[in-house]
Write a new protein. Sequence first.
Length: 202
Amino acid sequence: MRELTDQEIIRRVKAEKIRSLGMDPFGHVFNRTAFAKDIKEKYKDVDHDEFENITDEYTVAGRIMFIRKMGKASFFTIQDKTDKIQIYISINDIGEDAYTLFKSADIGDIVGVKGRVMKTMTGEITIKCLEYTHLVKALRPLPEKFHGLTDIEERYRRRYTLMGFILSGYEWLVRGWWFGLLWREKKNSQSPNGPWELSSYS
């Protein structure tokens, strides 16, 4: 059995901390009301000042791809199956307990957010978090975008970690499925069971 990396050890400690708070660190039912792409498309042409009169709220969920923690307020980005969207989170909006939970989050974790749509001064569509929900703790860091998984077969064996780096999640699943067919056809062309002996990578 291989030894755990420092990051993997730290993430397991955080998972146990979440469990000690009475929450399942590995998921539960969560109902979203919108996807990132739809929100960004709907408000892309709305001027920054107009958001002062907009009180639309949405519930979104996705994998954390970026975090910038800054004391009592932070920004992070989540990605769902359609796109990425930025989240603004503040201890003043969600309370100390929920913000403490957020501070234990890592890139790769899956979280749910309910909040109000806004636009930053730089023009980025953002969700102002009013409710933060931990969904799934990632026990392994995501591979680096350009230097992570370079072996082609390993990429598709662990394609669940590559969601969002190059293609959308659905594209990865579809292309991965077809790649699996072609790979096994070639690899098992001399198999006694013939060229269509298929198995999925896991």
